[in-house]
Design a protein around this ligand. Structure first.
Ligand code: IMP
Ligand code: MG
Length: 195
């Protein structure tokens, strides 16, 4: 397992291992399957970031279901959300009267999720649930309710398992966090001091 990696000169260290992700995805799928028993839910993945989580989660779901995808404007090539959400690909399924489960990689400010909720609710679903692998608890600005959270994390910028940095690193098997400037400079001071 890679402990630390460098991307564009920035240092990232491991935050959540592949083993922990796998175990948590199974638990989430078990709970969602239980809650959706007797319905045929539509799982809607939010592209691009959720594609790996979506594929792993859906294979652990034990109820009959349908899938679809929404694509929203990307984060840009930066580490800070623009907050300006745009729809790049809409749905192909019928939402009215259906049980909808949104599958997201990460809820940061919550603005994307707010946009998605408004988009779906206008089409009168029977129920609306959200599952996110990661939830930045100190960052969420909207009153969005998330039904299933894989991991609640600090405000760090993270990559891997679908999440990108300037479109790269989505293929990493674990989740890595950006080392904050202070941590990185402490480390380089230690390195300077060591003989
Ligand atoms: P929000 O609208 O601020 O909640 O941001 C949601 C989207 O921004 C997510 O679906 C991700 O695609 C992206 N995003 C948020 N935080 C991160 C991060 O730490 N790393 C990579 N992408 C992120
Ligand atoms: Mg996303």
């Amino acid at each position: 397992m890679t402990k630390g990696i460098r991307v564009n000169g920035d240092l990232f260290t491991i935050m959540i291992s592949e083993r922990r992700i796998k175990a948590r995805v199974k638990e989430l799928a078990r709970q969602i399957s239980k809650d959706c028993t007797g319905t045929v839910p539509v799982f809607i993945g939010i592209l691009n970031g959720s594609f790996i989580f979506f594929a792993d989660l859906i294979r652990e779901i034990t109820v009959d279901c349908e899938i679809d995808f929404l694509k929203l404007s990307s984060y840009g090539d930066a580490k800070i959300s623009s907050g300006n959400v745009q729809l790049l690909k809409g749905l192909n399924c019928q939402v009215e009267g259906r049980d909808i489960v949104i599958v997201e990689d990460i809820v940061d400010s919550g603005l994307s999720m707010d946009y998605i909720r408004n988009l779906i609710m206008r089409q009168n679903p029977r129920s609306f649930r959200i599952v996110t692998l990661l939830y930045k608890k100190d960052s969420v600005k909207t009153g969005i309710h998330v039904d299933y959270v894989g991991f609640s994390i600090p405000r760090d910028f993270v990559i891997g398992y679908g999440l990108d940095y300037a479109q790269r690193e989505r293929n990493l098997k674990a989740i890595y966090r950006l080392k904050r400037a202070a941590e990185a400079s402490n480390k380089s001071k230690r390195e300077e001091q060591s003989p």
